[in-house]
Write a protein of this length. Structure first.
Length: 89
């Protein structure tokens, strides 16, 4: 576990060094690009939620829950208690 932690730490140090080696202008471009993508995704998600809420019926239907086994005419043979099976070695 300690080796993994050391490798991850070295990898982050390498990434940090590469980031600091970039010119300030390029750092600014990357940061603005990531911010623009984040804002765009946020707007899309908020618009989708508003669209779904506005489109749905405001009625909530409450019904009885029906047992699916009662609807079946026969219980399949494959549904058995696994504890009752005798396994031979």
């Amino acid at each position: 576990m300690k080796r993994l932690s050391t490798k991850i730490s070295k990898w982050f140090d390498l990434l940090d060094e590469q980031w600091r080696d970039l010119p300030i202008k390029k750092q600014r471009h990357y940061t603005l690009g990531l911010l623009a993508v984040y804002v765009l995704l946020s707007i899309i998600v908020i618009a989708k939620v508003c669209y779904d809420v506005g489109r749905s019926d405001s009625k909530l239907t409450i019904e009885h829950i029906e047992n699916p086994l009662i609807k079946q005419k026969k219980i399949p043979v494959s549904i058995q208690d696994s504890i009752s099976k005798i396994l031979k070695k």
